[in-house]
Design a protein around this ligand. Sequence first.
Ligand SMILES: Cc1cc2nc3c(=O)[nH]c(=O)nc-3n(C[C@H](O)[C@H](O)[C@H](O)COP(=O)(O)OP(=O)(O)OC[C@H]3O[C@@H](n4cnc5c(N)ncnc54)[C@H](O)[C@@H]3O)c2cc1C
Length: 202
Amino acid sequence: MLALERAGLAGRVRPALMPMPGRMVHDAAGKTAFLRYGQQDHEVIYALSREKLNRILVDAAAECPGIELRFSTRCLDVDVAAGSVALRNEHDGRDYHESFEVLLGADGAGSAVRAALVARDLVGAQELPLDHDYKELIIPAVPPAGGASAGQYAFEPRALHIWPRGGYMLIALPNTDGSFTATLFLSRDGDPGFGRCEAMRP
Ligand SMILES: Cc1cc2nc3c(=O)[nH]c(=O)nc-3n(C[C@H](O)[C@H](O)[C@H](O)COP(=O)(O)OP(=O)(O)OC[C@H]3O[C@@H](n4cnc5c(N)ncnc54)[C@H](O)[C@@H]3O)c2cc1C
């Protein structure tokens, strides 16, 4: 939130925030326990749709005169000594180079920029993949009764819901439209595991 405020974007993000004062733990017998995150009413965490946040950030970037956005453009390699980055247009498969003075690599956990630096011995890096993977699921709003237009939340919306089950777990966060976005964290090769179910492989 502090970073968004400093970027002047908190006002755009605020309407999309869902406050969660605590976590709701669901045990295997179906019993629930609500655990508050803080002691004061303002001590909450927020759920925010990743898609909405991404759109707000991309729109804000597009409004800056010095920024040109290029989608579907993959970084293939970086030659730091030559100040050149190799790119691929994923629409037409065309490869090309751009020169740079400063390059900010923000390409995530499997960063191609980092891989290029490692390949040239400019940095060292250790990558340790987790045994677990995840799959995003939607718990839809309960259809409205008696012709009302908006659906109801399937359970308490002011909480981060957790179904802890030892080696795996499900979590669910509320969206503004009555649905929840759930994430199933499950072993890749264990039992239960994603590897045992074709349809669920992430
Ligand atoms: C299931 C899950 C739940 C999470 N929940 C939370 C949470 O509740 N709160 C929280 O704060 N964090 C959460 N995180 C962590 C958070 O998502 C990451 O820390 C964050 O997204 C990392 O940001 P990033 O910009 O470094 O990379 P990313 O968000 O991964 O962005 C990297 C971008 O680079 C692009 N890219 C990748 N390779 C290339 C390439 N070769 N060329 C060009 N572009 C490329 C990708 O398409 C992507 O757009 C969660 C992560 C996961 C997996």
